[in-house]
Write a protein that binds this ligand. Sequence first.
Ligand SMILES: [Zn+2]
Length: 179
Amino acid sequence: MIIGIIHVNRKKGKPSPCKRCKETIATGEVHAVVIVRYGKAQEAMFKMKAAQGQAWTRKVGLKYRRLHLKNCLAEWLAFTYLQRTESRRERKGGRPPLPNMSPEEKLVRHRLVRRRAEIIRQIDTTDDTTRITILADRLLEIQGQMEVPVTPPLKNNMQRNMVLSKVQKKINTALEEQS
Ligand SMILES: [Zn+2]
């Protein structure tokens, strides 16, 4: 992961706070300046804010992070790395890790997850209520065979959430019509 370009400079002008410990970097002190470029996510965020009419000044897409050379630089790098991997996982709708499974169990689960996804896709693309109830039964059966249920998508994964709620509505409607 490219976090930025690190410069090591002697502090010129006024003293300023360290991004990590918030304590002063004195004039003349040798310190690190990390030049962070806005990534795709920040760019998208900027466009969204601008579209909502929220004034935002963009300093040509660059941010400067001043840090003490001693521990602050290392700590800030580790913190930034964690923060970015975390937010990336959330954006991409990642899921929590699975418990330890044998290769055999993994294979079984993989097949069930794929079958489940296929059935969800089939329900999504049909309007035949009889077919939907049959597919819904199969879906329940597959979910029953899974020792660890498929975790629901995170809130941020709107696309998946939309498909799932649409499919659930279709199942509910089909079941109501049948009874
Ligand atoms: Zn510091």
